[in-house]
Design a protein around this ligand. Sequence first.
Ligand SMILES: [Zn+2]
Length: 453
Amino acid sequence: MPQLPRPLFPTLALAVAVLGTGAVQAQTFSAVAPTPAQVRPAVDQAYTQLLSASQVQQLLEAVKADHERSIDDLRMLTEIEAPPFKEHKRAEAFLARMKALGLADAKIDAEGNVVGLRKGTGNGPKLLVSAHLDTVFPAGTDVKVKDLGNGKLAAPGISDDTRGLAVLLSWLKVLNDHNIQTVGDLLFVGNVGEEELGNLRGMKRIFADHLDIDGMVGLEPAPDGSVLILGTGSHRYEVTFKGPGGHSYGAFGQVPSAIHGMGRAIAKIAEVKTPSFPKTTFTVGTVSGGTSVNTIAPEAKMAVDIRSDQMEPLLETEKKILAAIDEAVVEENRRWNVSTLSVSSKLIGDRPGGKTPPDSVIVEAATRANASFGHKTLLSGASTDANVPMSLGIPAIIVGGGGKTGGFHAMSEWIDVTDAWKGAQNSLVTVLGLVGVQGVTQPLLEKRPPRAK
Ligand SMILES: [Zn+2]
């Protein structure tokens, strides 16, 4: 999570360089840089108009008035466990709430995402607004919400990302209660597969099915003012070396060793050079194999993690590592004049990466909306659902939904919902500026030509 604002950086190049000094992990927002407060006049004007319109003011009052009810949704959804690949029960509950709050045609798609379209007046852009259904916690985890007093609630998954789901429902309710007609369409989604080996399968499906999405605003636990614009991509491999194996004394000289072959590969991988900007990393994270101290190992396995803030260096590093593995096998076979050592590499993690330019309309919109709530914008990066649109060149950001949060991915995960409605208002205002409100503002988000299948 971004904590302290860093010095002002005028360009993304520098901003990303700053990011490169901090650890980036899935679900850990790391600070890029504060944004200059300046936004283009059209953005500034749209938000001035929006915030002075009485129907929008009433809408924001309604978000506040809906706070207690939305916390009931938060508790209800949190207490339905949703481990990766087992989000179905929670999806059903979320779908039922979506329907009850006015999206009668909402449904669950082939991947398990809950999808509901709230149409605009027509001819406007289509904005995806989303939060993920899954949590990192395995089946059987105690997900009962504990009330710690003074607005603080604790339960696994309560802030990441169940709060986001509850905020989407609250937006839906107030928009419908107040008959707010947006110009652009809002595609409401509670998606699967954000965490771990879900590999963003939910978002990948959304963008494969909906070729006309023009932008995305995702909700994740994040401090007020935080706008995520960088999506760190990753590829992960499980690499298995296999040989005939044999007695360490009796078979010596006749068979290659799976462990020696893997050792050669690791030595080569350790020498791979990567750029520090965009930050590109690799590691052999785990190794296993062998049967006993006096056996020439028939099998050895390792897991390799490769990450980058851009796809090109990610793929280049991946190529070098896979080549190093193949060379190592050739060398080990040559050493004993055999051809019996083989290797197979299985892709077990695949998250595309990308970025949303800091001077794009979607970032300026969020910056302007944040400013109207008294927050300085802090740009950040992490691996989230937004990686998918970013990799496709579709403008995407992740913002907070309100409330102080912490302890992500730990049993002690918590949220302090005191005044959390302010964050729900702030992010809703960001969204409304992007899609426009009939009779008040035109959409700021640009319509894109539909993508080809
Ligand atoms: Zn999350």
